[in-house]
Design a protein around this ligand. Structure first.
Ligand SMILES: *Cc1c(COP(=O)(O)O)cnc(C)c1O
Length: 367
């Protein structure tokens, strides 16, 4: 089976986990501190690690002082995690439309959905690309909004020569098993805003103030104060030990993803589909989405599966889900038009050139 996505693990990750197990300190300690330090170096500004990407987004929103009665503009075409993280903070996700080419948020559409309760905009870096991020920041600052980037797909991507996460208000990453790098489960928030970072450091450990400092010394707090809602959202040493090794392999993993996506591009250039990702020298592609010209997606996906080729759909629009339906929200014409034709081809670092050629051959036959 040619899998849509999977983790890519070397002996180094396995040995690192084994070392943590041998030391019998599984919780949040030395490895978490080291992973956080390495990520801070990677981005050139403070990073704080948490249990997963959804928690990262939720804590980024909460720590920006956004909650009940507030609204966050976000594209409907994203993983349900983006929407659930917003609603977990108490705020309301407002579904917005996307740009037809990049499938990143269309800020002109978002502008139409502004109300006096709008506090933030959350661009989702679809597939690893970041859309019109400069314009989004301009729009946000003109309207007093915080930009909270859902960069779960974009670990290692660049925008105009700068690493995503190294600039801007707040960026949230995921290290779940199939993301650009993994820590098994995990995530991080990156920001220059020291107040936000400090709040997240406390909020991930049930709001226990400065408990992070004690954990990194192999201790824990027994007498403390709690002043804000916190959660059990810290990372464990087991997870961090995987993340440390994956971060060391970042260049290898990223260049494999880029090379495979480039092969797709070159074979599919004349196929009757639209490609979504561009700029493969700047971004690290997380998925390889295509837009079919006809609506025969389920037939094509079934046929490919019968040839041992897994495909995916990124994503069912969130405004169609019962929890997030909002009859007052205006129509999302691009999302509704593109969604039935959207599908993703296999992309992970352990695929070979001939795997990609086989996928393309079978796909083109069906098209
Ligand atoms: C993976 C993902 C998340 C959430 O990350 P988890 O680590 O799975 O919680 C959020 N947004 C998008 C777009 C994702 O793909």
């Amino acid at each position: 089976m040619i899998k849509l996505s999977k983790s890519s693990l070397s002996i180094k990750e396995k040995l690192a986990v084994s070392n943590v197990l041998d030391r019998e300190f599984l919780g949040m300690g030395q490895e978490v501190q080291e992973f956080e330090k390495n990520l801070t170096n990677f981005f050139g500004r403070p990073a704080v690690v948490v249990a997963n990407g959804t928690a990262a987004i939720q804590l980024a929103i909460q720590s920006s002082g956004i909650g009940v009665n507030d609204e966050v503009l976000v594209q409907s075409l994203t993983y349900v995690a983006s929407f659930q993280a917003i609603s977990a903070s108490g705020a309301k996700p407002i579904a917005c439309d996307v740009e037809p080419d990049s499938l990143c948020i269309n800020w002109r559409d978002a502008e139409k959905r502004l109300t006096e309760n709008t506090k933030a905009i959350m661009p989702v870096h679809y597939g690893g690309a970041v859309g019109k991020l400069d314009e989004i920041y301009k729009f946000a600052s003109a309207n007093g909004l915080v930009v909270i980037e859902d960069a779960a797909h974009a670990f290692g991507s660049n925008y105009k020569g700068n690493r995503v996460g190294s600039f801007g208000d707040i960026a949230c990453f995921s290290f779940d098993g199939i993301k650009n790098i993994t820590s098994g489960e995990g995530g991080c928030v990156v920001s220059s805003n020291e107040k936000v970072i400090q709040k997240i450091r406390d909020a991930r450990l049930l709001g226990v103030e400065k408990d992070t400092d004690n954990r990194f010394l192999g201790r824990r707090s027994w007498e403390f104060d709690v002043r804000a809602q916190g959660w059990r959202y810290h990372m464990s040493n087991i997870m961090a030990s995987i993340g440390i090794e994956q971060l060391k392999r970042f260049e290898e993993l990223a260049s494999k993803r880029r090379a495979l996506a480039t092969i797709y591009d070159s074979i599919l250039v004349s196929a009757p589909i639209d490609r979504v990702l561009s700029n493969l020298t700047e971004i690290v592609p997380h998925i390889y989405p295509i837009i079919l010209h006809s609506g025969e997606r389920s037939y094509i996906r079934e046929q490919l599966l019968s040839k041992n080729i897994e495909t995916g759909i990124h994503y069912q629009p969130n405004h169609t889900l019962s929890l997030f339906k909002d009859s007052k929200n205006k129509e999302l014409s691009v999302t509704s038009k593109i969604y039935p034709k959207l599908m993703s081809l296999p992309l992970h670092p352990d695929l070979t050139k001939s795997d990609i050629e086989y996928v393309c051959k079978e796909l083109i036959k069906l098209l």
